[in-house]
Design a protein around this ligand. Structure first.
Ligand SMILES: [Fe+2]
Ligand SMILES: [Fe+2]
Length: 356
């Protein structure tokens, strides 16, 4: 009898300790994800409005920041890469100035366009910056980037860890593709770092920020239509195996320029985000608890004529169309639906228990 009483007492103490510990974990965190601003200041030669509204990138990002500042209780902002046109110092400075207007901390990840062009002679004003210099411009208010690093982990709220991956590689021109390489991977030393970080934080809620996706979003991404295999990492399966092993809850990415969508793979929810500078210009507001995520996708504030131009240039573009998006009324409809992702403007998911 006495033994049972002791076990009962131990159980009560354990429950008290557990609830004591949990009471300190984050309860609800509101944050915003912006992606692919591709900042190109209009004063530079060669900047124009095409699929990306080059002349308006600065204004669109400024408007987004002003709007985010009006949303109550936002704790931080994530930028999912392709921060600049092609890593030009003047564009880095312009973006830094805009982001410093945010009332809350921000965390960035580099995109393929945040590495200088190779060869850079293709540009009128060639400047080559190392990616460490580009990343270094965003140390400071973000508190995330560490000197000499392009990936990091940061406990952004109690028991909520943000892991920022750098999947970029140099924008080398690839003659067979007729394009600059826009793909990526996580190199072996970063993989080792990632496993150590995930192991250390496996009792916490871990989310990942990356520019290049870990999953394909369309058939064309799988079949390499227009080199679209570069929209997701070469070693995505290897990275996802680690995320599964350590129960990572969510991945936030950009690069694909489609409006917010998600898919669940082995218990991890992968979210892709729209660009603020290409149609449909949007950003996403999230609310996270240790149990799940809610989101609301918002339009970037811009004049009706800017929206008209963005849509017109989007419809005129051939490269971003999938094999099932011919330039016919039906093809245009499918093309619009794929990029607008109308069914996931708002949503909610419940996190899964880790899949071992
Ligand atoms: Fe982009
Ligand atoms: Fe990109």
């Amino acid at each position: 009898m006495k033994r049972f009483r002791c076990i009962g007492l131990a159980g009560i103490i354990l429950l008290i300790l557990l609830s004591f510990d949990l009471s300190f974990a984050f309860e609800k965190v509101k944050f915003v994800v912006i992606s692919d601003p591709h900042i190109s200041i209009p004063q530079q030669k060669g900047v124009s409005d095409g699929f990306k509204l080059g002349l308006k990138t600065q204004m669109l990002t400024e408007n987004t920041v002003a709007e985010i500042n009006k949303i109550p209780d936002v704790k931080f902002v994530l930028l999912a890469g392709d921060l600049t046109q092609d890593a030009e110092p003047w564009n880095i400075d312009a973006l830094r100035k805009i982001l410093d207007g945010l009332k809350v901390p921000y965390f960035v990840t580099l995109g393929n366009h945040d590495l200088s062009l190779v060869p850079h002679e293709k540009k009128d004003q060639p400047v080559t910056l190392s990616k460490y210099t580009v990343a270094g411009a965003f140390i400071g208010k973000s508190g995330g980037m560490a000197p000499g690093m392009t990936y990091y982990a940061s406990e952004i709220a109690k028991d909520l860890v943000l892991v920022n991956l750098d999947g970029t590689r140099p924008q080398v021109f690839v003659p067979e593709a007729g394009l600059n390489d826009f793909g990526g991977e996580i190199d072996p030393s970063q993989m080792r770092w990632l496993e150590a970080v995930l192991k250390k934080n496996q009792k916490k809620t871990v989310v990942v920020l990356t520019h290049i996706n870990l999953v394909p979003w369309s058939e064309g991404d799988k079949t390499n239509h227009n080199s679209w295999r570069w929209f997701w990492m070469d070693n995505a399966d290897e990275v996802k195996a680690l995320l599964r092993k350590y129960g990572v809850k969510a991945v936030f990415s950009g690069h694909r320029h489609i409006s917010t969508r998600y898919q669940e793979v082995d218990g991890t929810f992968h979210f892709v985000h729209p660009s603020v500078s290409t149609y449909p210009m949007r950003y996403t507001v999230y609310e996270m608890t240790p149990k799940g995520l809610k989101w609301d996708v918002k339009d970037v504030p811009a004049a009706p004529e800017v929206w008209e131009l963005a849509k017109k240039n989007f419809l005129a573009n051939k490269w971003w169309r999938g094999p099932d998006h011919p330039e016919t009324p039906e093809g245009n409809q499918k093309y619009l639906e794929f990029y607008e992702s109308p069914s996931t403007m708002k949503g909610e998911v419940t996190f899964k228990a880790a899949v071992k």
